[in-house]
Design a protein around this ligand. Structure first.
Ligand SMILES: [Zn+2]
Length: 702
């Protein structure tokens, strides 16, 4: 790990922010260098600060502490992500005996010197009390591998030398800030202070030195560990381990089952489903089948800062049965045990403190499954990835710690203080109020106008969306439009052939591996062919039936095993057609195959109700593209219709608008709105047909 400080880059950075104090621009620059190295910090971990003298509007000089906003990720931090605080006032807080959390948070708000929506880092006081201009703080795993051992402080002294002091773990806030400042004042030669089970602070008068001290000490810790464990086997595989056969489908079945077992009702009564991130690097696979896998999972986080992301413990599955019913039993048991253990921990900690609190959800965020790898859960994909990154580092660090001696985690009591600290909870996003948050939807035929409209509405409602289309280039185009519009949206592209059951089944497994499972299935792929029966080639009819009828059947059938494993119900919303009720001449292949698809959907409604899966149909008419994405169907039948009616494209749209009762043009987003309506369980409805056609009397469902 080398210093990546560059004089040239630093100057460029300063020039990029001409209105910002040079010291602050440099602060942001070296903060980014720290943020870019996962060996130092992960996702919003760590914090940095700089002290600057500035004049206020009256020309009076002020001492300002710029400290990282809480939860801001160092990797792309800018000057605006630092909160400006009145340093002179903050230093006076050191005279207090104690400071309640709420009061500390209010004082930080009161003593801001610039307007900022951010809360300052929870370690702001520590930054204020140290006299150095620059203070850098990380939770570097190498440092924690050394501190989290019985001989922790000794190991730090040996590894990092005399320029570093070690303090016992103290909760962030006034007491820790005071302890660190006092330690420095008594030993002015110090270049860094390590807090056991927490992390390391370096400091200096200039940005480069403070940053390079961080690199230097973390490197020393790494070298020390490497030397200590050199030649030692880190882990040995369990003797009894059986690698899971057909690992790919094993991953899919496991993740679907586990996602279902962890779904739970929030206090608002809504079902909270997770998005899952799966990892199976060599390190994780080896850890999963090692003789210490159970210990690795049960032994707690590296630093309490991680507990809100990963929970303290990891759920371990030592063997995964082969058949689906046994997998269900096994996973339900693992989750139940984890939940019981969490309740016990919560009750004990609350009892010890003598006051009551609202318990957080007791479900695991990380699973390790022998032979398969690691699975991380989050209410959004971003949250799942953050948890996965942290857990992956944690597991590797614990393996090293165990190879050196014995990994010694922090006590439950300290974990609890951090997990239930309101200032820490503020860092987490809330489960959003969007109707379909946490749900995963698959749309076939997503490369066309209707598919695009449906995907757009589902994303707006908070669902993760998987696009599929046999025409990959069309699907890619839709995907890129949607990614542009929904920058935080979760969008995957998994093309498959709906006419082939195996292809559909593999796609559903692939969705599960990438996201965790599936909740909303929208069979929408369809093709058209214009010919009177007299002229209709039987082969052509077969093709239309293969996509429109069998495609719907295959997609529904492939989803059933997932719904069964998840056990959380689900939705199938079939894009049918106005033609099912009101067919047109020379459109037999389309109308008849759509009627078949409509009928099989009704059968699905009958058969899947016992799984809590609702099946509904939408019957649109004359949905043209909106310019960005054309309708494949109209690309195909439009020219013929225009010719027979002597109209151009605009004229044709006009014709269809005028023929419906409401005299309105039907848009793809109208179809998307109904998909969202059905998928959000607003009425107890299954087996229904919902026309989206502007009102066409012969097509009224009956
Ligand atoms: Zn920290």
């Amino acid at each position: 790990m080398e210093s990546t400080y560059s004089e040239v880059e630093a100057e460029k950075f300063v020039k990029h922010y001409p209105d910002v104090a040079r010291a602050l621009a440099l602060r942001a620059y070296t903060s980014r260098l720290i943020g870019a190295d996962p060996n130092l910090v992960l996702h919003g971990g760590g914090n940095t600060s700089v002290k600057v003298r500035q004049r206020n509007i009256l020309g009076e000089e002020q001492e300002v502490l710029f400290v990282k906003g809480s939860g801001v990720d160092l990797v792309d931090i800018g000057p605006d992500d630092f909160v400006a605080l009145d340093l002179v006032f903050l230093k006076k807080l050191r005279t207090l005996e104690s400071l309640e959390d709420e009061e500390m948070a209010s004082q930080m708000q009161i003593h801001k010197l610039h307007i900022s929506p951010l809360n300052p880092s929870v370690e702001a006081l520590l930054h204020a009390f140290l006299p150095h201009r620059y203070v850098d703080h990380t939770h570097a795993d190498s440092v924690l591998v050394l501190t989290n051992q019985t001989e922790g402080p000794n190991l730090i002294h040996k590894a990092l030398g005399p320029g570093v002091a070690v303090l016992p773990y103290t909760m962030s806030g006034l007491p820790l800030a005071k302890a660190v400042a006092t330690q420095y004042e008594n030993h002015r030669e110090l270049e860094a202070i390590v807090i056991v089970n927490h992390g390391i602070f370096t400091f200096a008068e200039d940005a480069e030195t403070s940053y390079e001290r961080m690199i230097n000490f973390v490197n020393r810790a790494r070298a020390f560990i490497a030397h200590k464990i050199e030649g030692k086997p880190h882990i040995t595989p369990r003797a009894d381990i059986q690698f899971v056969q057909e690992a790919e489908s094993g991953v899919a079945r496991f993740v679907q089952t586990m996602r279902g077992a962890c779904a739970h009702r929030g206090s608002d009564g809504r079902l909270r489903r997770f998005i899952v991130e799966f990892r199976n690097t060599q390190d994780l696979l080896e850890a999963s089948v090692s003789n210490i896998a159970q210990t690795l999972c049960a032994s707690g986080v590296l630093t309490p800062d991680h507990v809100i992301r990963t929970k303290n413990k990891i759920a371990y599955v030592d063997t995964l049965p082969k058949n689906n019913t046994d997998i269900l039993k096994r996973i339900n048991q693992v989750v139940e045990d984890f939940v019981k253990d969490y309740h016990r921990y919560f009750r004990e900690q609350v009892r010890a403190r003598g006051f009551d609190l609202q318990e957080l959800d007791p479900y695991p965020r990380i699973f390790i499954v022998a032979g398969l790898g690691m699975f991380a859960l989050g209410f959004s994909r971003k949250e799942a990835k953050v948890a996965a990154d942290i857990a992956e580092k944690t597991i590797c660090a614990k393996i090293k710690a165990n190879a050196m001696g014995q990994y010694l985690p922090i006590t439950d009591s300290h974990i609890f203080d951090m997990e239930y600290w309101p200032l820490q909870q503020k860092k987490l996003g809330q489960f959003s109020s969007l109707l379909l948050q946490g749900q995963i939807a698959l749309i076939t035929g997503a490369g066309g106008a209707i598919g695009y409209g449906i995907a757009d509405r589902l994303l707006a409602a908070g669902a993760a969306v998987v696009l599929s289309d046999i025409d990959e280039s069309r699907a890619e185009k839709v995907c890129s439009f949607l990614k542009e519009r929904y920058r935080n949206g979760e969008i995957e592209l998994i093309p498959f052939d709906v006419t082939d059951y195996q292809s559909a089944a593999s796609a559903v497994d692939e969705i599960s591996r990438r996201l965790g499972g599936v909740d909303i299935i929208v069979p929408n792929a369809g093709i058209a062919h214009v010919a009177k029966i007299e002229d209709l080639e039987p082969d052509k009819l077969d093709q239309v039936i293969a996509v429109n009828f069998k495609g719907t059947f295959n997609t529904i059938k492939a989803a059933i095993p997932v719904f069964k494993q998840q056990g959380t119900g689900g939705h199938i919303i079939v894009i049918s057609s106005k033609n099912v009720f009101d067919p047109g001449a020379a459109f037999g292949a389309y109308s008849a195959s759509k009627a078949g698809s409509h009928q099989i959907s009704k059968i699905a409604a009958l058969e899947l109700a016992e799984l809590g899966v609702r099946v509904n149909m939408i019957n649109p008419d004359a949905v043209f593209g909106d310019g960005e994405i054309s309708s494949k169907l109209w690309d195909l039948v439009g020219p013929d219709r225009m010719k027979s009616r002597g109209l151009d494209f605009e004229g044709l749209k006009e014709y269809y608008r005028n023929r419906n009762l409401l005299q309105t043009q039907v848009l793809a987003e109208h179809v998307g709105n109904v998909v969202v309506f059905f998928a959000s369980d607003q009425t107890p409805t299954t087996g229904a047909s919902f026309p989206v056609d502007g009102g066409i009397a012969p097509a009224f469902p009956r």
